[in-house]
Design a protein. Sequence first.
Length: 149
Amino acid sequence: MMNKDEVFELSRAGADALQEELEKLKTVDRIQIREAIKEAREQGDLSENADYSSAREQQANIEARILEIENILKHAKIMDVNTVTVKYVDLNRVSTFQIVGTIEADPFAGKISNDSPLGKAVLGHKVGDVFHISTENGKELKVKLMDIK
């Protein structure tokens, strides 16, 4: 369960995407599920009606997601998104990614959390700095910050 007073760091794009999802949940999904529940009720005995049970469960999930998004947006702090390029010195590999809030992080899409070891380290350095980070599996990496946009 989410702490209702927690601050959620989001990019402007992330906040906009959540707002769009919220609008869809309220204006499309709610209406569709109400119609599904109405149709299931018309089938008769609700105690053994799988369609009715399924629709009610979907309704509960939609309402829970609406509350979750509303809470996130209510407690959102819009952060500047930095696109950074780093060089893993020992691996001789260069990577470019965006630093975003934790709930937007998707490493496979090139988005890392500002709370990740690399995200924290990068935000504390300037272009040209060389620093070390520890990965979650305990490996030490030497990193050079090449660019911030």
